[in-house]
Design a protein around this ligand. Structure first.
Ligand SMILES: [Zn+2]
Ligand SMILES: [Zn+2]
Length: 219
């Protein structure tokens, strides 16, 4: 099963140029079996998504829900993830294993520390990875509070994976995943993971990610 782990849709991420349906159609065409929608959970964006937490979360989930609704039509599984930025920093983190209920319960995630959000994710059965840790202006964050890091292979993106290769040697417990950080149709399919068996949902995928080092596409 081939899974894209990091993709945005224009409904949830204003920086993304492709809507949910065109993303799903494209990933189906290029041979992926599933995608994880990881729109930005960023306080600067959320403020404009509504007045109440319920309105903001509803708007945040719009891209995922639209993608999910057309997934069946294109024969592709759509799962929920998140790319979060913690105030006041510029690093991005990827969360897998959360759901709508979690978001409604913890709408102020952006104001937590890395340690707090890592522990919260674990208490919910979710996992917490740093996205593209060497892409400027990002710097690798505290490895004690990470499940792993993303090996981002999107071209011309300043990922500095040679630095990541060197850095991660000191942290053998950290897992690696790969994702495209796809913001438009030209950026589709530069990463992801490949697993032997099918998973039915994000919770099952997360269990697999915790227990094994999943094989990632490319490199
Ligand atoms: Zn973006
Ligand atoms: Zn991203």
């Amino acid at each position: 099963m081939k899974i894209e782990m990091h993709v945005h849709t224009s409904e949830g991420s204003p920086c993304a140029k492709a809507d949910a349906e065109s993303i799903v159609r494209t990933y189906s065409r290029i041979g992926y079996d599933a995608i994880v929608i990881t729109n930005h959970f960023d306080n600067k964006l959320l403020k404009d998504f509504g007045r109440t937490n319920e309105e903001r979360i509803e708007r945040y989930l719009l891209g995922y829900k639209k993608a999910k609704a057309v997934g069946l039509k294109y024969g592709i599984k759509v799962m929920l993830g998140m790319e979060i930025r913690l105030e006041p920093h510029t690093e991005d983190f990827l969360i897998y294993g959360i759901d709508e209920e979690f978001l409604l319960q913890y709408p102020d995630l952006c104001f937590m520390s890395q340690k707090e959000i890592f522990e919260l994710c674990h208490s919910y059965g979710a996992v917490f990875y740093q996205a593209h840790p060497f892409r400027n202006p990002c710097r690798p964050q505290d490895p004690r509070f990470l499940d792993g890091v993303e090996y981002n292979q999107r071209p011309d993106s300043g990922n500095h994976n040679e630095k990541l290769d060197a850095w991660i040697r000191d942290y053998p417990k950290l897992k690696l995943i790969s994702g495209s950080d796809c913001h438009n149709l030209e950026q589709a399919g530069y990463g992801g993971i490949e697993i032997e068996r099918d998973v039915s949902d994000i919770k099952e995928l997360v269990r697999l990610m915790k227990n094994t080092q999943v094989k990632f596409i490319g490199r």
